[in-house]
Design a protein around this ligand. Sequence first.
Ligand code: GLC
Ligand code: GLC
Length: 810
Amino acid sequence: MRFGYFDDKAREYVITTPKTPYPWINYLGSENFFALVSHRAGGYCFYRDARLRRLMRYRYNNVPTDVGGRYFYINDGGEVWNPSFAPTNTALDAFECRHGLGYTRITGERKGVRASLLMLVPQGHTAEIHQLTLKNNSEQAKDLKVFSLIEWCLWNAYDDMTNYQRNFSTGEVEVEKNGATLYHKTEYRERRDHYAFYNVNAAVAGYDTDRESFLGLYNEWGEPQVPAAGKSSNSVASGWQPIASHGLDVKLAPGEEKTFVFTLGYVEVPREQKWEKPGIINKKPAHELIAKFSKPEQVDAAMKALADHWSKLLANYSIESSDEKLNRTVNIWNPYQCMVTFNMSRSASYFETGIGRGMGFRDSNQDLLGFVHLVPERARERIIDIASTQFPDGSAYHQYQPLTKRGNNDVGSGFNDDPLWLIFGVAAYIRETGDYGILDEQVPFDNDPKTAVPLFEHLKRSFHHVLNNLGPHGLPLIGRADWNDCLNLNCFSETPDESFQTTGNRTGRTAESVFIAGMFVGVAPDYAYLAEKKGFADEAKKARAEAAKMTDVVLKDGWDGEWFLRAYDFFGKKIGTKENPEAQIFIEPQGFCVMAGIGVEGGQAKKALDSVKERLDTKYGIVLNNPPYTKYHVEIGEITSYPPGYKENAGIFCHNNPWIIIAETVIGRGDRAFEYWKKIAPAYLEEQSEIHRLEPYVYAQMIAGKDAVRHGEAKNSWLTGTAAWNFVAISHYLLGVRPDFDGLRVHPCMGGEVGKFTVTRKCRGAEYRIHVKNSGKGGAPKLVVDGKPVAGDLVPYAKAGSTVIVECEV
Ligand code: GLC
Ligand code: GLC
């Protein structure tokens, strides 16, 4: 069942009912100011850090779900309704929510009044704009009482929801222009140099800044007393819960339309200019920001700038084919989601509260794979930030904080795959840009400037961190965990009150990871190549030799007969073997070992992938392991704490499905690869939205596996490595256009379903138009570049500014 449709021309998903199976959200903002907005106008905004600089309060885990947002209450002849349906849930005659690239437009209509609410964060500004257009489509004159409403968060979102003894007394506001501008200045008196405001570009009939006065102490959001009375109470908050609400009297003749612009802004004020007079905040920066968006024309211009920004970004990789689902995924939604993961990492979604998690060392390097072709300069910056948190021995903080860019001590380090992801990220960046200079960039360890060394040295420490930490079989030690955060082989947790990730009470050097081994073999050629470029021929030679050695170890001690083993535990027992009753096979090593080329010649690769098909594939995607664990194993950790079929315990982790998809292309089975991809690609799941439940325009981290009660149901949409990895799978491997160090590789491998397609790729300043005739047979492509046949699959990089025409038959 569908709950909307794609409008590809407008680059929008159009939701046609407020009653979707879950709140379907969008993100606003692309630089420093961000917002989440659901199709019912729920959500919140923040400046840079979702925990420390939260402007709007939002309640996770609330009843009903998705309460708190930007609400407009319309009192039409005594009846109160919202264009966003929520929170009054008054029936509407028409409803539509259009989620677009960086904006959302919600339109509701009732009894001849059409209210359209456009929300966006204009580029270069720290504000959310709400443009409300009211139109009288009826035959009678309308005398509407309209009330805006947002609830302020007292900045630190964690403190705001826990420390009531303090924060019920701290709230402060100021009111200006009879209430047209409402300021939130809690704690501004002390150490804070920032405040927020909510302005409307019109004369108001009244205002409210105190929640209790607006709602009534025992009233729900859907039954607020001020809108019901049709009159603001001009309340001034003192402590408790400050809000901002404007009251507007709007008279509309039949056919008449009026537009109001609301600016919800954030400003920082230099310390020496904080006050206008004692106790009164300096409003000049707010006035300046308000003046930028006080007219609808200014909002139109901001929308145009936003559209141009996205057109430019998306033009870097686009496809034309007969499959519209493929086109919209590659051209619009997948890169859009990649940019959101770039901005948010794993901090704020409807599944991540914006409080708990910083930027992951591993996650951010992987996210980079999906956005490096969109914003290479920002990828460069990100790499330096990440590498600056590394330790001198090559290990890494698992997470760092976006506001301070410092490693996060709470989560610590010891995830032994982390260091290798840095090589992964840097190689992807250099492939895209050719910027070898980044390797000479001086980068500190643990943010201590005295320790700075060239970035290449960081890669070297990463590589050697694996070699310095090998276990009894010569496989890499796993540490706290590898990619699978929940495979905690040194944890042995017996109490429910500790974290599986930070409780490592076994420091033994026995538990080994075949996944890290595969990854090591996979990144070694890139590392060797970069070493050579830097003139370290010996290091390159060593890297290649170590990779060959590791390959042998994997084939000897990491192979179970039909598939790759997953790991050895603390006691040296095998994990992921047919000898065990549960979790006989895991997805991760099958994907990574085959991507690294291990066993491709000897036939093990094909066997492993056939085992995946037989044992892990389901109607809704490939599960992580099979059979699932059914009870807790102290020596295996968090994975065994999940019910069968969910999350890492045999859920469909969409993040690593693409590893299998890419691995299938490595052995030339494009049809199977494409089939796997379609099972998890959101656009193809639109028709089964009632089962999948989440947004049909973005990937989810997990879909419940075949052993789960709710097989096919997704969770954790938006902020997941799934976005980047699937972009890589579809664009680099299925469609087969990927940047390499010395040229653009063109090697489609996707079966015959999509016969003909054109990829337009911009890279290093040149444009490549690649026309593919795809027979579906696979194998080596035949390339003609600007009229001349070329051997192999590499199109050499052309001069910046040029356009290259590539004909490809495969
Ligand atoms: C989550 C984490 C990621 C981890 C994965 C598997 O997606 O963000 O770092 O690799 O789970 O445990
Ligand atoms: C990963 C996993 C999640 C786990 C978290 C922290 O994100 O997906 O299941 O709870 O790591 O351990």
